[in-house]
Design a protein around this ligand. Structure first.
Ligand SMILES: Nc1nc2c(ncn2[C@@H]2O[C@H](COP(=O)(O)OP(=O)(O)OP(=O)(O)O)[C@@H](O)[C@H]2O)c(=O)[nH]1
Ligand SMILES: [Mg+2]
Length: 335
């Protein structure tokens, strides 16, 4: 390697640092000391076998698959959010918009501190840019053949306080299939991994009087199917995210009332069934009405990254302990 070799022989010349010749020669190449005896020490035809340093594996930085997620989870403590919803509800757009917010700077009191999936995000974002040549921003459709994918964001609250957020995305068709064929639910690995499950409710289909009845029935049926088959037991929180607020806000007041009534009813019904469920409204890509702007992402990122409660370190009550000493201790502890 010749990286450290000085480019100029003249003692005290800093041309390598500031580009200026100490003898005032311009261009610097006209100075006799410049690049006079610089030796090319790297043998270009060095035989392969004489190299002792193993080749460095370059991180592809594309979206993570299940095996990559497992490897990452062994290195970092991850917060995993699963985005669930039928096709075209806005799952991929939402995660792409969250990334886009951090491209502009600090967001939700957090700063971007890295990502293992930069290329994955960039591939999605390319479709939303003017340079894509599209007349309207979008993201590529997630195909049913695409496996479950994860997108990673390291977000810093302060130096040394970094939250590793991972968002799981999969094709809406896979969820629609699992709703009707519940034996497929066990194959959806995101429910085994996610701390938070977000059901996306399509504002566009709710705003359509023709679609809304069937759509709302299917939406409920999906939560029911997942709940009844134990897919939501691991989640600490379940959210309903009503998407495309730019479209729902354009509809008449009765439609807006329908949306909020529906959200309230779903929350109340599933709270009774023991789910920690809440509902929120978002607009991740206000392309139907730009005046609406991005809505709800700030609060959403704060919820997803909020500090975890401290673990409960109080000793468990001892019930029917087999050892006499434990029974005695439990009596003392119980007063
Ligand atoms: N008007 C409007 N359109 C949106 C919004 N969010 C997403 N969309 C559009 O909805 C369409 C579907 O969005 P996607 O993000 O691909 O939906 P998805 O849930 O990932 O769909 P699948 O990949 O098929 O599962 C795209 O054309 C988006 O541009 C929004 O907030 N407002
Ligand atoms: Mg998608």
């Amino acid at each position: 390697m010749n990286a450290a070799a000085p480019i100029c022989n003249y003692t005290g010349c800093k041309v390598q640092i500031d580009g200026k010749c100490a003898l005032g020669r311009d261009p610097v190449e006209s100075c006799e000391n410049y690049a006079a005896d610089v030796e090319v020490t790297e043998a270009l035809d060095e035989p392969e076998e004489s190299r002792t340093v193993p080749p460095v594996q370059i991180w592809a930085s594309d979206k993570l698959l299940l095996a990559d997620y497992s490897a990452l989870s062994r290195r970092r403590r991850l917060r995993t959010v699963a985005l669930v919803g039928e096709e075209k509800v806005g799952k991929t757009t939402l995660l792409c918009s969250i990334y886009a917010m951090f491209c502009k700077g600090a967001f939700a009191d957090l700063t971007f501190a890295g990502s293992e999936t930069l290329l994955g995000f960039a591939k999605l974002q390319a479709f939303t840019l003017l340079s894509s040549g599209r007349s309207s921003p979008t993201v590529p459709r997630t195909s049913r053949r695409d496996p479950l994918a994860f997108f990673h964001l390291a977000l810093a609250r302060s130096r040394g306080d970094v939250v590793d957020l991972v968002i799981a995305d999969r094709s809406g068709e896979a969820y629609a299939a699992a709703r009707t064929s519940t034996d497929l639910i066990g194959t959806l690995d995101e429910f085994r991994l996610a701390d938070r499950v977000c059901f996306l409710l399509d504002g566009e289909r709710l705003a359509s009087k023709d679609d809304r009845t069937a759509y709302t029935r299917n939406f409920r049926q999906m939560i029911n199917a997942l709940h009844d088959n134990g897919a939501l037991v691991r989640a600490n929180a379940v959210e309903i995210l009503s998407t495309k607020l730019d479209i729902t806000r354009r509809s008449d007041a009765a439609d807006v009332g329908f949306l909020s009534d529906f959200e309230a009813r779903v929350v109340s019904d599933f709270t009774k069934k023991g789910l920690a469920i809440s509902s929120h409204e978002i607009c991740a890509l206000p392309k139907a009405d730009r005046t609406v702007g991005i809505i709800g992402l700030d609060d959403l990122v704060r919820r997803w990254t909020q500090p975890l409660p401290l673990p409960d370190v109080a000793p468990w009550p001892v019930v029917d302990a087999p050892r006499q000493i434990d029974r005695l201790l439990s009596k003392i502890a119980g007063g």
